[in-house]
Design a protein around this ligand. Structure first.
Ligand SMILES: Cc1ncc(COP(=O)(O)O)c(C=O)c1O
Length: 457
């Protein structure tokens, strides 16, 4: 699969690599043992040394339909022969119209208006701006505050970052935008309020009601949450959590935004996590799996009453004051259509349910190793929290970085995951087979054992 057009020897030199800035990576360390991918097929990558790596995280929660999918590639090639760009201000194109209509079909309830975009941060930014403009032109000009959650991640741009709740990504850019407030997410395994589910009656959701009242409902525009939060280790809400948020938002005329950049397109066992948890947001943000990484593609879908508030003639001046050069690009749109076709026709959400259950069952079996506190998630979005003592739920000390050690060991052995000092996440392409999950489990188990041995345990 190696690509012979490039002068590999020159490009693999530290001086060539040092000119790059990878996402959230220290380049000097990266250069010591650079991972350069040269090919990908199904759930597998191949690196520049010919080593095969199992993609246990779909690149970064992206490659839902798998690598090297012929239907997507052929659709894009055919589109390139016709037109690669249409003017976004003056016109649209048939692929974009078709995609918007197909998305309206597969999103829940009346999320029937869609704005196409190119990346997850663009989508969350657009959702929050849409919420503010919606309130402004429907008689509530003072509703501007956004309530988000600690540990949430909504993107790297300034508005998305203001909603983000992880200090590591945020602190050096503060002050962020005014009007962003944060509450604790539903981390039932380790409740920040020291309560126990279900007796708590989802106190963490009810605190949002309290916050809206204390801030003044006439000042709050929206609540934004990831239905399942990745950062923090696949934070999976109890069943009542999202319906409770829905009720609270309705009571205060606050829009509910779901950031489904990761959870969308079959990942949690239904097309959207909104359907998995039976709760329809007012605005749904989508990205990543929308094009499975074949080209940048994202979007927001919103309810009829919001769509209607923006529908008008030139003299009404109620159009959404927002746009990006690549939104509704025809090449991205055909990729989105082909991916959606694959997900629907092959019923990949059902596959995510089946393979996810199998993966979680295998992971539960590793609790005997004495360092797994909880296995959580829905469908093929699965998290494992590591602890030093499962009975006491005692975490490893900060300096141990157990999850990082396991994640790095797994990568050396040919398994890509998303890892953190205290947890590891798995989100392989939805086409993964039982046999491939067995390989994933073998590498993961070996990596844990090796880490424990190095620690003298
Ligand atoms: C939940 C969530 N929202 C938004 C984003 C931002 O997406 P992007 O990196 O495409 O801008 C991400 C990216 O990881 C994400 O996980």
């Amino acid at each position: 699969m190696s690509d012979s057009v490039y002068d590999t020897k020159r490009l693999m030199q530290p001086d060539a690599l040092r000119r790059m800035v990878l996402d959230l990576r220290q380049m000097e360390t990266f250069i010591e043992d650079p991972l350069v991918i040269t090919g990908a097929d199904g759930v597998w990558y191949e690196d520049i040394n010919g080593k095969r790596i199992l993609d246990g995280i779909s690149g970064v929660f992206v490659v839902t339909v798998g690598h090297n999918n012929r239907r997507v590639i052929d659709a894009m090639k055919a589109q390139l022969d016709t037109m690669s760009f249409a003017p976004p201000l003056h016109a649209t194109n048939l692929a974009a119209i078709e995609l918007v209509n197909r998305l309206a079909d597969v999103t829940p309830d009346d999320l029937n208006t869609v704005k196409l975009l190119s990346g997850g941060s663009e989508a969350t930014e657009a959702a929050m701006k849409l919420a503010k403009q919606y309130h402004r032109q429907t008689g509530n000009p003072n509703k501007y505050k956004i309530i988000a959650r600690y540990q949430g991640y909504h993107g790297a741009t300034m508005g998305a970052l203001s909603a983000t709740g992880t200090p590591r990504r945020k602190t050096m850019f503060e002050p962020t935008l005014p009007g962003y407030l944060h509450v604790h997410p539903p981390t039932c395994y380790r409740c920040p309020y020291e309560k126990t589910y279900p007796e708590c009656d989802v106190f963490c959701a009810r605190t949002i009601d309290e916050m809206i009242q204390m801030e003044g409902p006439e000042t709050v525009a929206a609540v934004i949450v990831e239905p399942i939060g990745n950062t923090g280790g696949v934070i999976t809400p109890p069943d009542e959590y999202l319906p409770t948020l829905r009720r609270i938002c309705d009571e205060h005329d606050v829009l509910l935004i779901f950031d489904e950049i990761i959870t969308g397109f079959g990942r949690t066992g239904q097309m959207f996590a909104s359907q998995t948890f039976g709760t329809t947001p007012d605005i749904l943000c989508m990205g990543k799996g929308m094009s499975s990484g074949y080209i940048p593609l994202a979007g927001i879908a919103f309810r009829d009453r919001i769509g209607e508030a923006f529908l008008g003639r030139d003299e009404d001046e109620v159009e959404f004051s927002h746009g990006h050069t690549y939104g509704g690009n025809p090449l991205a749109s055909v990729a989105g259509l082909a991916c959606l076709g694959e997900i629907v026709e092959r019923d990949l959400p059902a596959r995510a349910r089946e393979m996810g259950a199998y993966l979680r069952e295998q992971l539960e079996g590793l609790k005997d190793l004495g360092i797994i506190g909880e296995v959580r998630g829905r469908g093929l979005m699965v998290g494992v929290e590591f602890v030093e003592d499962p009975e006491m739920k005692k975490p490893f000390g900060q300096d141990v970085k157990f999850g990082v050690q396991v994640g790095k060991a797994a990568l050396k052995k040919g398994l890509l995951t998303r890892f953190d000092p205290h947890w590891i996440a798995f989100a392989p392409p939805l086409i993964i087979t039982r046999e491939e999950i067995d390989i994933l489990m073998d590498i993961f188990t070996e990596s844990i054992k090796e880490t424990l041995k190095a620690m003298g345990r």
